[in-house]
Design a protein around this ligand. Structure first.
Ligand SMILES: [Zn+2]
Length: 88
């Protein structure tokens, strides 16, 4: 069982969260006409062995989007932070 330390709610089972994908993928600008950039954004993903930033949403809790840095080899979580940019 994967346990995620939500910054708002504390440690919770991963069943309370929804996986949101790779957090290292950068979305092209709205006005970017390059179809290759959009193709890479939508379809091309790496399959890393090691630490990997991922989006997770705490859907059964505070509903915050988080960035979870997880080791894909053993599911060990190195860090959890809010996905939103803080103005503080
Ligand atoms: Zn939470």
């Amino acid at each position: 069982m994967l346990r995620i330390e939500c910054p708002c709610c504390g440690p919770r089972d991963h069943d309370e969260f929804r996986y949101g994908g790779n957090a290292s993928v950068v979305r092209p600008g709205h006005d970017d006409p390059d179809p290759e950039a959009w193709y890479r954004y939508v379809y091309v993903r790496e399959n890393p062995a090691g630490l990997h930033p991922e989006f997770w949403q705490h859907v059964m809790g505070c509903r915050q989007w988080l960035v979870v840095e997880r080791d894909t080899r053993n599911h060990a979580i190195a860090s959890v932070s809010f996905a939103r940019k803080s103005s503080r």
